[in-house]
Design a protein around this ligand. Structure first.
Ligand SMILES: [Zn+2]
Length: 118
């Protein structure tokens, strides 16, 4: 098997959800906000949501950057791409503009285990 093709061999797609607050979103019967069909779509969707977050200063090598800066988002995009290529799910969270937190849930689902018709 070639590296990065596990998701295809497993017949996966991803259900994407947005949550707010600190409680974990119950996604068991909830139709997804978006259906993502490739690791590139997964990484792009998360990146777009992260870019809308409240900027936070973080260490980036020897420097400090904002979490909404392109170079930081690019590194996160690549990390998320590799996770999705392995066929894994991703949950991450960051401060929302105006207070509170935004949490994204991107659940890997095999086609034969998806309860939805999409
Ligand atoms: Zn599905």
């Amino acid at each position: 098997m070639l590296a990065g093709t596990e998701w295809e061999e497993k017949g996966l797609h991803w259900h994407a959800y947005l949550g707010a607050g600190s409680l974990c979103l119950d996604r068991s019967d909830l139709p997804p906000r978006e259906v993502l069909r490739s690791p590139e779509q997964v990484a792009e969707w998360i990146r777009d949501r992260a870019a809308e977050g409240e900027p936070q200063l973080v260490r980036f090598g020897e420097r400090w950057v904002r979490t909404t800066d392109t170079e930081f988002l690019d590194v996160a995009w690549f990390r998320d791409l590799k996770v999705a290529e392995r066929g894994d799910s991703i949950i991450c969270s960051w401060p929302a503009v105006g207070g509170g937190r935004t949490t994204v849930y991107v659940d890997a689902v095999a086609a034969d285990q998806c309860p939805f018709d999409h």
